[in-house]
Design a protein around this ligand. Structure first.
Ligand code: ADP
Length: 450
């Protein structure tokens, strides 16, 4: 096992990874930007080093500096968390070239899955159903129009390198499609340095259900069941849960989805933790949309129903150990729900609302887990993701997990910020949530009407 790990991230996820390092007796090294001096994750770590100015390109995305700090502080591994450098193949190669272990998959896997058009083709070859759409990339506006005329509208234009909802546009007719193609190519280029796009059928009102997988370097792979993340805004998740209430109601669906996810893992020789994402229609047909080659924001719901520490297993697998669990050791225990508390205004199209935090206190109690990277008299800056905290609850069933969540949300004090805390309470109390009768566009429509 490693003796010292640098965590190339910030906020709640850096803090969460440091906790597991402590548990395993591994020394932890935090990095921070000028805007994050004194941040909770720097206080938790054994050592903390300034990496650069606030802007991510000069700090948390500064590969050379992060690598230099890892070498100088004597780290034998780097955990990237999620976002930032976690899916950057160039970084992984530089880390490995420096003789340091990257806690995650190989650069080859990251490159394959990072190009969503390529990942789609690969999934098809592995026998995994994908959303019907273009064969590989589409070469500009005219080609997109020609394809859609034959294929039919509505279509979803996606940047091959896209992520975080960036570079994704629905088109219902030619004029809109031309605009969407131009926009996605531009966003692909400006945000990810790659203008390539592809087209998919726009599935009306699907659910988002994903499978957590974990594989070691010895050919062992397991799934840790599914998570449902259908409560979204701007195609991004706000509430997640495990298991999926929809999967629970559809006989055989879990088996088919987890088989598909593991087929992808085996075919691609994937190692470490990953998530295979699907959209699922009302008839329980599921379609691969992408694979995330890292730890997910919503991993706590999986940890709560399985009792597994995913970060611990990521570290063990990266260190070359065989997975200490087999599929038969894994079972679903109860139900878990996660709410992401963001500094944002649900009434103003969920616009980020960074600001200074005054008094701050977090809920606690049976079945309540908090993952947070803030504290009293701290701030949410405009430089980074405006997430304040994640609250995850566990109960014997969905009703108990939800009721514990409502109690926990009531127990937060977050002074000074506009947050989506109240929205979460309204959503959890709605008939649609209670009956799990929702899809990925439900929340935005429901907010407009209530
Ligand atoms: P990103 O990587 O940008 O997050 P994804 O491909 O993971 O993009 O998709 C994010 C969300 O967009 C999904 O959870 C779903 O809500 C929606 N989505 C993606 N593909 C489709 C599709 N073909 N039809 C309908 N909705 C989709």
């Amino acid at each position: 096992m490693f003796s010292k790990v640098l965590i190339a991230n910030r906020g709640e996820i850096a803090a969460r990874i440091i906790e597991t390092c402590k548990k395993l007796g591994i020394a932890s090294v935090a990095v921070y930007s000028e805007a994050d001096a004194g941040a909770p994750h720097t206080e938790l770590a054994d050592e903390a080093y300034l990496v650069g100015p606030a802007h991510v390109t000069q700090s948390y995305l500064n590969m050379e500096k992060i690598l230099e700090l890892a070498k100088e502080s004597g780290c034998d591994a780097i955990h990237p968390g999620y976002g930032l450098l976690s899916e950057n193949a160039e970084f992984i190669e530089a880390v490995e070239a420096a003789g340091i272990t990257f806690v995650g998959p190989s650069s080859k896997s990251v490159t394959l899955m990072g190009d969503k058009a390529q990942a789609r083709e690969f999934a098809q070859r592995a026998g995994v159903p994908v959303v019907p759409g273009s064969e590989g990339e589409i070469d500009g506006e005219d080609a997109a129009v020609e394809f859609a005329e034959n294929f039919g509208y509505p279509v979803l234009v996606k940047a091959a390198a896209g992520g975080g909802g960036i570079g994704m546009k629905v088109a219902t007719k030619e004029k809109k499609l031309r605009k969407a193609v131009a926009e996605c190519m531009r966003r692909g280029e400006s945000s990810f340095g790659n203008p390539a796009i592809y087209l998919e059928r726009y599935v009306e009102n699907p659910r988002h259900i994903e499978v957590q997988v974990l594989a070691d370097k010895h050919g062992n792979a397991v799934h840790l069941f599914e998570r449902e993340c259908s409560v979204q805004r701007r195609h991004q998740k706000v509430i997640e849960e495990a298991p999926s209430p929809f999967v629970e109601k559809n006989d055989g669906l879990r088996q088919r989805m987890t088989d598909a996810a593991l087929a992808l893992v085996r075919e691609s020789g994937y190692v470490n933790a990953g998530t295979v994402e699907f959209i699922v229609d009302a008839d329980a047909n599921f379609y691969f949309i992408e694979m995330n080659t890292r730890l997910q924001v919503e991993h706590p719901v999986t940890e709560m129903i399985t009792g597994v520490d995913l970060v611990e297993l990521q570290l063990r697998v990266a260190a070359g150990e065989a997975l200490p669990i087999s599929q038969d050791d894994l079972a679903i225990n109860g139900h878990s729900v996660e709410c992401r508390i963001y500094a944002e205004n649900p009434e103003k199209m969920f616009m980020p609302a960074p600001g200074e935090i005054g008094a701050y206190s977090e809920p606690e109690g049976e079945g309540v887990r908090i993952d947070s990277g803030v504290k009293a008299n701290w701030k949410v800056t405009p430089f980074y993701d405006p997430m304040v905290s994640k609250v995850t609850t566990h109960g014997k069933d969905r009703a108990e997990a939800t009721s514990r969540m409502l109690g926990a949300l009531d127990d937060y004090t977050i002074e000074g910020l506009t947050t989506n805390l109240e929205m979460h309470k309204l959503v959890l109390n709605s008939t649609e949530f209670t009956e799990a009768d929702f899809h990925t566009s439900w929340l935005e429509g429901w907010m407009k009407n209530s």
